[in-house]
Design a protein around this ligand. Structure first.
Ligand SMILES: [Zn+2]
Length: 125
């Protein structure tokens, strides 16, 4: 299933290949909790940026492993490169067109205590 998504103003748009029944995660770390981000983490080949590469700003902090990518026009982080899976892409499920989503299940990740919980992260397939 191909889901379409993007930022608020439409400058950033993409397609992501994922099931119609999604498994996403909610993280309580300092940045995810403030934005209410819902992570759909996929391997890089399942993600295709269609537009807006030149509109993205990158924000990093702490270990600087994650690349938080925001649209410079509307400020929305519709996807980014996560610390948990730097070879993959985390898509914000809240930025997907919901017409292709049949259901979703949320798992909680205690990213506030990253070091103690990193071993619970699943490899991507
Ligand atoms: Zn935008």
């Amino acid at each position: 299933m191909i889901h379409k998504g993007g930022c608020h103003c439409g400058a950033v748009s993409y397609e992501v290949e994922a099931p119609e029944d999604l498994e996403v995660s909610e993280c309580n770390c300092s940045i995810c909790s403030k934005s209410g981000y819902l992570h759909l983490i996929v391997t890089a080949p399942r993600f295709k940026l269609l537009s807006g590469e030149d509109k993205l700003l990158s924000y990093t902090f702490d270990t600087h492993e994650a690349k938080h990518l925001f649209c410079r026009i509307c400020g929305i982080k519709s996807f980014y490169i996560p610390r948990s899976h730097p070879d993959g892409v985390s898509v914000n499920m809240r930025c997907l067109d919901d017409s292709t989503i049949k259901s979703f299940r949320v798992e909680y990740f205690d990213g506030k205590n990253w070091e103690a919980n990193a071993h619970k992260l699943k490899p991507l397939n």
